[in-house]
Design a protein around this ligand. Structure first.
Ligand code: HEM
Length: 144
């Protein structure tokens, strides 16, 4: 592997999602000898579908996405990792892999803005009240 490896786009790889045509994307970190640990590698496991000890169905379920977690979750043996080499057909162009969706918090609701306003009002009023209290206390003690 290495110099002649083909770069595939995610879209192209995702199309191979059938029993008779199955490609997987599994991160290079599973390959002990891969120097670039961040590269996802592409495997054509079509000839392996009926021989896979975990069955062909699970391989199909790992198509159209980065199957690294699925692969790692099983705790595949070193033998399994060595077998992968046979099915290696290239690398994935990382730019084409859809990014994981990041959570965008919803806009603050009017309820929140109302309570925010109330807090601001309190922040303004409380010192005034304290000042008033201090002045009246002073006046009161003066009289005595
Ligand atoms: C090129 C990729 C793959 C190869 C060469 C491979 C190879 C193997 C091998 C040799 C085993 C027997 C146990 C072992 O030695 O670890 C196995 C088991 C298993 N594999 Fe894979 N596998 C691959 C991908 C996957 C993927 C992507 C999944 C999940 C989506 C998966 C799910 C399983 C399951 C569930 C078993 C457990 C079977 C059992 O113990 O009953 N495999 N695989």
């Amino acid at each position: 592997m290495g110099s002649d490896s083909k770069i595939h786009t995610f879209e192209e790889v995702a199309k191979h999602n059938k029993n008779e045509d199955c490609w997987l994307i599994i991160s290079g970190k599973t390959m002990m000898f891969t120097l670039d640990l961040n590269h996802s590698l592409v495997y054509d496991v079509t000839p392996f579908m009926s021989d896979h000890p975990g069955g062909g169905e699970v391989l199909l379920s790992a198509t159209g996405k980065d199957g690294t977690n699925d692969f790692e979750d099983i705790g595949h043996s070193e033998d399994a990792r060595e077998m992968m080499e046979k099915y290696y057909i290239g690398e994935i162009d990382e730019e084409t892999v859809p990014q994981k969706r990041t959570y965008i918090p919803p806009h603050q609701m009017s309820n929140d803005t109302a309570s925010e306003f109330f807090i601001k009002l309190l922040q303004f009023l409380v010192p005034l009240l304290l000042l008033g209290l201090a002045i009246s206390l002073r006046n009161y003690t003066k009289k005595e």
